[in-house]
Write a protein that binds this ligand. Structure first.
Ligand SMILES: [Zn+2]
Length: 56
């Protein structure tokens, strides 16, 4: 699944892991994500995919 778009998007948007979420999105590592935070993260990923899926 190395080239999966979601995987690429998660790294491109720093939503791949809790360390990146903390560092770039200021979401604390230890706490559980709220629904709003999950929505926020999903939106970032979806927008990145849409923006990067336009080809030639
Ligand atoms: Zn990460």
């Amino acid at each position: 699944m190395k080239g999966h778009p979601v995987f690429i998007a998660q790294h491109a948007t720093a939503t791949c892991c809790r360390s990146c979420l903390y560092k770039w999105h200021h979401i604390e590592k230890e706490k559980e994500l709220t629904k709003d935070e999950v929505d926020y993260i999903v939106n970032i990923i979806m927008e990145w995919i849409i923006r990067n899926s336009k080809r030639g």
